[in-house]
Design a protein around this ligand. Structure first.
Ligand code: OFO
Length: 164
């Protein structure tokens, strides 16, 4: 059985994951508007991954006899200065999510909820990957600049995400 404190924190995290999903979809919409279908592809796959994260927590709350309570999702940012600005925000956002997951883990430690600790190990590892992926794309984008051939090549490379 989940403690009330942990149940509340998990519900908040479910909301953060859905908000992440919504934010990445908004970024994808921006990329489509800039005729960058590869960037849009990468961001739409990220949208799906975030929904998966939310559902993993949803399942865990239910399995442990807790009650999922969905909360409102605020409107995400819709305009971005450039693809670099998008990925600066992706990286900043993922760092915030990592901090959220760490706080959640601290609550699981305080509450001596071992099952939650084990489940959260997956998220801790996932955040290492998410930050690394965003950081790598941002570094490359900064090298290639905002326009021209190199950006198109990068767009093509991001179009391949999810194609195995
Ligand atoms: Fe991007 O890892 Fe979930 O939020």
């Amino acid at each position: 059985m989940l403690s009330k404190k942990l149940e509340k924190a998990l519900n908040e995290q479910i909301n953060h994951e859905f908000a992440s999903s919504y934010l990445y979809l908004s970024m994808a919409a921006y990329a489509e508007s800039q005729t960058l279908p590869g960037f849009a592809n990468w961001l739409k796959l990220q949208t799906k991954e975030e929904m998966g994260h939310a559902m993993k927590l949803y399942k865990f709350v239910n399995e442990r006899g807790g009650r999922v309570e969905l909360q409102a999702i605020a409107q995400p940012v819709t305009e971005f200065k450039s693809p670099v600005a998008v990925f600066e925000q992706v990286l900043g956002h993922e760092r915030k999510i990592s901090a959220n997951i760490n706080s959640l883990y601290e609550i699981a430690l305080e509450e001596k909820d071992y099952a939650a600790q084990v489940m959260l190990h997956w998220f801790i590892e996932e955040q290492v990957e998410e930050e690394a992926a965003a950081s790598e794309i941002l570094e490359t984008l900064r090298m290639v600049g905002e326009k021209g051939h190199a950006l198109i090549m990068m767009d093509r490379q991001l179009a391949r995400r999810g194609q195995g």
